[in-house]
Design a protein around this ligand. Structure first.
Ligand code: 26W
Length: 822
């Protein structure tokens, strides 16, 4: 018998080809003669999507039948990166599809490249959410990701004359083949207006909210397939629309245009991602976005419970809700409102359920990132939530009084309302009171939370606090992005490390194997060569693939200290100028990352780096030994090219400022060595890989605090370190700015007169450490040995380990196996 595989599910080369051609015809409506690259990408995406759907539907059916306990991961950001390649990896059909596409005469990589990535996040926090979805699916944990389907994601970065310019990210321009609208599950969210009290039929005092505006949320679902399992969970993102009935009066009165304008106002809610990383602006539209997706998501959970005939009293048994920072923490008040106002539950019972349902992850220690809303603004948008927060606060402060009698300062600090000046709602306090678990994202970060930022809450509820060190998914950040290194690893230890990253330990033995080291080096070299060619094509700069690739790729922020890196470059350059024949290890300095559009100093730092590059790259005295390259528009897609090409990973934040970092893990897993401070997860990375395989410098967090307390004076260092002085003077003289001595003045002023992030204090230690790096790089065999040991010892930093820990310690949830139905 001839067995014909289905065009939608078959995995043979033939079935894949038929599926592709079928989708090209019936979805894109084209024949191959006139199909564009994008048509072919879309046809391929639908071909892969078809193969996901069976798993997706069966997963949903199993969860529904079993009424499975489910993790709801609430996040204002999901920085997913391109879906196509990742789905091919997780489906286990990467090679087959590649072959099928090539047999059709198409360029497979060109089609992968075609995908417009959904950049619905700023940086670390959004990417962490994406890694966690991958791990939850791979570990067969029932989960839903809930967020916002921003029409415009993180802006596209162009560099013009060395400056960052922002272009809107029209990622939906050509349609999105990966999500499915579910208008039948739309919900309504109220905004503004006022409240009224009334007495219900049972003589109970109740509150009714008469909103000024109602917005409709429409869910769009994306399947999230686990690695080589049948589990396909859902990412559910909400898009805002005006409800059909909205502003009916305007229609009736004939003011059609006014009615349409109201529709536009509603749609604004999901229009654009706020491009700030680690700084809160306190804008009303941002709060509206938060209540919008949070209310949609909670109502959706209640709908799911009704569908499974689970009584509302069991909300916290059915769901556990992880709050990804405070951005969704209004959920504490919103769930109370739904239970008490909409479903008539008693306050005490509703509070019991609420505080058993929520867990809160803090992602930052920076004071300017802690969200607080001016009371007036808050009350205008959410009058009912304001009342609920007052009620929560009143009861909470009673508890504080009982535990700490007559400690009035403590009451002021812990209150959900900041009354020290203009009054504010403190979202971190709300999250702490409303959650049964509170976690930081690296050991040091959690300790600092307990000691400092959340100290009062730690004293009040020590049992709530726990650490969950971040992790990264090895599927996207190794299997997909570094196939060459994976092939080498597989040839020695098989491929089960992809599911159990601790198995990489077996590579330790090969660090002593000359042939293995040789192959490892060849691979790194080939990847660097590829990046060099990309740079030649994009930036027009010749870089030497034999030079040390020294990379700092992350958001631009003063605390991350890209300008400290810049001072090192200038120092090396100055040494060459003083002595052109100096023996220097050739280096290529690569920078990637975006600055928040309103963050002037960060943007000026980008300009500084480009300006240094312009001078250094063309100075004949340098003789090509130093190159400085700014990689435009750093994104997940681009990051996948960058991590594998690094020799040295720059993780140089001021100690105590970077909560964890996750880029640090991606670099090390791909065989880069780290130069870093004792900050965030660097501490644990160093512990794992061994101190002899990590370049450590700088003050510790404790030393930073002590120095600040003593009264830190950056000028002290400037006046005592001639190399530091020369580096700074080179900038201020206008040497890198065509003689314009004013251009970088704002940057230098903050360095010399404030230096909040203590660059000057750490400068000498950094420079000396970089000298060790340069020396170490010359010992090719030993460098490779160290790099291999880094790869071998990164097991701890798999997001699978993070998620297992969340499951055990916080979520109390077990895997649910999905069997495919006939
Ligand atoms: C309200 C404005 C705003 C926007 C984003 C405030 C704070 C944020 C995020 C919390 C910033 C962020 O992405 N933090 C990063 O989270 C990563 C994942 O845990 C950590 O690895 C990074 O160290 C941390 O900076």
């Amino acid at each position: 018998i001839i067995q014909v595989e289905d065009d939608r599910t078959g995995l043979s080369i033939e079935a894949l080809k038929r599926g592709f051609l079928d989708n090209l015809f019936y979805v894109q409506g084209k024949f191959s003669g006139i199909a564009t690259k994008n048509d072919c990408y879309m046809a391929l995406a639908y071909t892969v999507r078809d193969r996901l759907f069976k798993r997706w539907v069966d997963t949903a059916e199993t969860y529904t039948k079993n009424g499975s306990r489910t993790v709801c991961y609430l996040s204002a950001e999901f920085l997913m990166g391109p879906h196509l390649g990742n789905n091919l990896i997780n489906l286990g059909i990467y090679d087959q599809v590649k072959q099928a596409i090539e047999e059709l005469g198409l360029d497979f990589y060109e089609l992968l490249e075609q995908e417009e990535e959904p950049g619905l996040g700023n940086g670390g926090l959004g990417r962490l959410a994406a890694c966690y979805l991958d791990s939850m699916a791979s570990l067969e944990i029932p989960s839903l990701g809930y967020g916002i389907r921003y029409e415009f994601g993180i802006f596209e970065q162009k560099i013009q004359d060395g400056w960052q310019v922002e272009i809107t990210d029209k990622w939906l321009r050509f349609g999105n083949p990966w999500d499915v609208a579910r208008p039948e599950w739309s919900v309504e969210v109220k905004l503004g207006g006022h409240t009224e009290s009334y007495v219900d039929e049972n003589d109970r005092y109740r509150v009714r909210w008469i909103p000024f505006q109602v917005v409709k949320g429409i869910p769009y679902d994306t399947p999230i397939l686990g690695y080589k399992v049948n589990t396909a969970n859902t990412l559910r993102l909400w898009a805002a629309e005006a409800p059909e009935s909205f502003d009916f009066e305007a229609f009736n009165s004939g003011d059609y245009v006014k009615a349409v304008q109201a529709k536009m106002t509603s749609e604004n809610l999901s229009k654009v991602l706020y491009p700030n990383d680690n700084v809160s602006q306190g804008k009303k539209l941002r709060l509206a976005q938060q209540i919008f997706f949070v209310s949609c998501s909670l109502q959706d959970m209640i709908r799911i419970m009704k569908g499974q005939k689970i009584p509302l009293e069991k909300f916290h048994e059915k769901f556990v809700i992880q709050l990804n920072d405070t951005h969704p923490s209004i959920a504490v008040a919103e769930l109370m409102r739904l239970l008490v106002d909409e479903y008539g539950m008693e306050w005490e019972q509703a509070w019991e359920i609420t505080t058993k349902a929520f867990a809160y992850t803090n992602h930052t220690l920076l004071p300017e990132a802690l969200e607080k809303w001016p009371l007036g603004l808050f009350g205008e948008l959410l009058p009912r939530h304001l009342q609920i927060i007052y009620e929560i606060n009143g009861r909470f402060l009673d508890d504080v009084r009982i535990k700490f009698p007559d400690d009035f300062d403590r009451l002021k600090r812990m209150s959900l309302i900041d009354e020290s000046g203009e009054r504010y709602i403190r979202m971190a306090n709300l999250a702490c009171v409303g959650s049964f678990a509170i976690n930081g994202v690296a050991q040091l970060h959690t300790e600092l939370l307990q000691k400092d930022v959340l100290h009062d809450f730690y004293e009040m509820y020590p049992e709530k606090f726990n650490n969950k060190t971040n992790g990264i998914t090895p599927r996207r950040f190794m299997v997909l992005s570094n196939p060459r290194l994976c092939e080498l690893i597989d040839s020695k230890i098989g491929n089960t490390w992809i599911k159990n990253l601790h198995e990489l330990r077996q590579l330790e033995a090969f660090a002593e194997d000359v042939e293995f080291r040789h192959k490892f080096r060849q691979i790194k070299q080939a990847i660097k060569q590829d990046l060099a060619e990309y740079i030649k094509a994009k930036n027009g700069i010749d870089v030497d693939a034999n030079s040390l690739f020294d990379i700092q790729a992350k958001r631009f922020h003063e605390y991350k200290r890209q300008h400290l890196n810049a001072l090192h470059i200038i120092t090396l350059y100055n040494r060459i100028k003083a002595n052109p024949n100096i023996d220097i290890t050739p280096r290529t300095f690569l920078f990637g990352g975006k600055a928040a559009p309103g963050y002037y100093i960060a943007k000026l730092t980008i300009k500084l780096i480009n300006s240094i590059g312009e001078v250094v790259n063309r100075d004949p005295d340098v003789r090509g030994r130093l190159k400085v390259v700014f990689l435009e528009d750093y994104s997940v897609k681009f990051a996948q090219r960058v991590y594998p090409a690094a020799d040295l990973s720059e993780q140089i934040s001021t100690a105590g400022k970077e909560a964890s970092g996750t880029g640090n893990m991606k670099f090390a897993l791909n065989g880069a060595l780290t130069i870093g401070t004792l900050d965030g997860a660097n501490v644990e990375i160093r512990e794992e890989v061994g101190e002899e395989n990590f370049f450590l410098f700088g003050l510790t967090a404790e030393e930073v605090y002590a120095k600040k307390a003593q009264g830190y004076d950056p000028m002290y260092y400037y006046n005592r370190d001639p190399e530091l002085k020369l580096a700074i003077d080179r900038i201020s003289s206008g040497f890198f700015s065509h003689g314009d001595a004013n251009l970088f003045k704002p940057l230098l002023d903050t360095l010399l007169h404030r230096d909040e992030y203590m660059l000057l204090a750490d400068y000498r230690s950094y420079i000396e450490c970089q000298e060790q790096v340069s020396q170490a790089y010359r010992d090719v065999e030993n460098w490779t040995r160290m790099a291999i040991l880094n790869v071998a010892r990164m097991g701890k930093f798999s997001s699978d380990r993070s998620i297992s820990d969340y499951c055990e310690d916080i979520w109390q949830i077990q895997p649910v196996k999905i069997e495919l139905s006939e």
